[in-house]
Design a protein. Sequence first.
Length: 230
Amino acid sequence: MDSKDFSLFLKHYSTQPIQVLDTTIPSTAYIAIHISSINPDLKTFDINSSGDWENYIYAYLQKNNKSVAYGGYLEQRDIYKRSKTFNQDQPDTARNIHLGIDLWTDAGAKVLAAFDGEIHSFKNNTNWGDYGPTIILKHQIDSIEFFTLYGHLSLESLKHLEVGKTIKQGEIIGYLGTALVNGDYAPHLHFQLIKDIQNNKGDYPGVASVSDIEFYKENCPDPNLVLKLS
């Protein structure tokens, strides 16, 4: 299946939004946010500080009377300049284009499986600015195999997991972690769709370089095809 057909499959899989956060949070409590350089607010605080980020996200949600801020697919971000994890010292291969959707809300929020499937792999990715605790699910629907990645979870989310365990759509698979464990970010879920996992386990690039973006755009389509947040 080529990338266009895969995207169409995802778009038409459900007419209703698929939820990957606590279902007690209604869709009306979500608001879009931009954290790229086009957002002038990012010049008002230290983007290298997870504490400053948390304060900014909290204030943004309070100001708009919302519970979850979302966005980021293919967003070019300056925040990755703080960490060598993203090759920022090598301009030609620097990774700063985001491949998933982030959902910013409180630590401890429930994280739900987007589709029926099984646990493919899990890992605590501990590099500064990395995913922290991460779960990848494998899905097989109508002979179509694909994967979903859930990053920035709590350490407790990785306990008692077993590769191959069956997971049902909407089942709680973990909880959002704090900055102490989630790669040093304000609490949020990184949710990503992946067509070909490429032998990765417990990890997959969530940020790409300009030189590689065409491949990743095809292999990691817009999660909003299924989340339907906008």
